[in-house]
Design a protein around this ligand. Sequence first.
Ligand code: AFP
Length: 328
Amino acid sequence: MRLEQTFTNFLLHHQEKYRRTYNFLILMDALISAAKHIEHYYLTGALKGNLGFSGDVNIHGEDVMQMDQIAQEITIHYLRASGRVIHAISEESDEIVPINTEDGRYFVYFDPLDGSSNVQHTLPVGFLFGIAKRNLEGIEDGHLRAGKEYMASGMFVIPTGTFTLALKDAGTWRFHIDETMEFVRPTRIIIPENTEEWELSFNSSNRLTFAEKVQNWIKQNEPNYAFRYLGSLAADFHRLLSNGGMFMYPAIVNHPDPKKNRPQGKLRLMYEAAVVAYMCQEAGGSAVDETGTQILEIQPKDPHQRTALYAGSKQLVDDIAKVLAHSQ
Ligand code: AFP
């Protein structure tokens, strides 16, 4: 009989090793409880009729799915119950959500259900989150945190029962759910250097709308790698962390309908790109924006700020970063 190390045991040892408090455990317990409930509602969504549109439109002008609202409600409930969160920024909330502004210890940035084009088919979606800590030494000014100020980030790929967590200076770890609904078997993730399995992941139907230099880079390199794209950042990045290669959501600058151009990129900086970039960096990879700037260095000016994203194996990201920075 093989009995596995649980996530809780793993985190308790981590906290002990770095002489940290139990506060982070309470927050992680809240996020895991939220993810398990979101997975339950998603798995039973087709039978309960929860996989359709809610009729509402979010701050990004996108149709909101019923599951987006269910996931948001569940997550805010558990973050509130933890008593550890100052405020939260969510893709599903136009405004910053004040929670425990006086006694809270953490800022949480999250996308409770990412990959809406997969929802109606119960295909993989993601619960992405980034965590930063309040200033314990001086005045807390509540500024929006750059990715490099995060202390952890992670993602649940729903409904696959997999959870990936990056801890500051302590690596990126993957966990799998067992028959008792416990996340177990902590496995350290290092993006492979061996290029055999490397892949490129991007929405190929957009390729002619990318900047010419990006189109040229893809033309030169794509023959060397596999191509995979699920349309859910968490699911695509989950696979890429194991295989290596690069996920790209470039700026859209040559769309035949200029109104559809997205020079600032599509993905949201604080709860999508920085979350992935943080896990990437702790796994030995890298992530940059359309100018070749490190995603983790970007200081957000707006909670829902967008960015282009190139993330994955350091060698590939460094290579395209040179091209991106060159002709600016
Ligand atoms: P939605 O949640 O709006 O579907 O966006 C999902 C996402 O933010 C990310 O998960 C995907 O990588 C990317 O956008 C998919 O975008 P395209 O459908 O334009 O390829």
